[in-house]
Design a protein around this ligand. Sequence first.
Ligand SMILES: [Fe+2]
Ligand SMILES: [Fe+2]
Length: 241
Amino acid sequence: MITDRDSGTRIDEIAADTYRISVPVTTIPGGFTFNHYLIVDDEPLLFHAGKRSMFALVRGAISAVMPVERLRHISFSHLESDECGALNQFLAVAPAAAPLVGAFAARVSINDMSDRLARPLDDGEAVSLGSHSVRWLSTPHFPHGWEAGLLVDETTGTLFCSDLFTQAGADHAPLTQGDILEPSEALRKRLDFYTYAPNTAAMVEKVAATNPTTIACMHGPAWRGDGGALIRGLGDRLAGR
Ligand SMILES: [Fe+2]
Ligand SMILES: [Fe+2]
């Protein structure tokens, strides 16, 4: 469903109660999308607050499926403007909301930058949203940032993977079962946005072992399939650089 005709911002359900809010940007060569994910539950969760400049668009899309003031958790992987630039703007309109981030991120950056203290999560800690249960995976330097982590919805088998499998293009289906590894590898070869760290192989296996069936990409279409195999395929490519 298009929620802003000028920008092409849209919201689509890609798993049960799980919505992809996509803001296309055609001024970036080749096109690009910035995606934000909303889990509608007793305690609604937004993964990626998004850029400050996109706040009105993302808020407008959320409003198409629920009142934005119901938001309880604002979660994201690492410290970058597309991950958390609009965090304080969302906290201002959702009085019961708080950042839901790794304990290390909370201590190092978020509790200083955020207008409300974070709920810090230990590695592997689960949080019930009502009918959905999400689990935090601490993944330092994967894809990048020493505070990085990823979130898994164990109820729907959805991995909120941040910049993993980043793909170019501004015009694609919200959800695909086609190949996303090769298009994302093409972009990695150009932009080289991963950290290649001593723990990379261990982080790949840690995330793959969750065996997600939906991969909620921050940039590009979401994906449905054997997520464990896809992530191990990425790991093979990263090992070969
Ligand atoms: Fe990033
Ligand atoms: Fe990103």
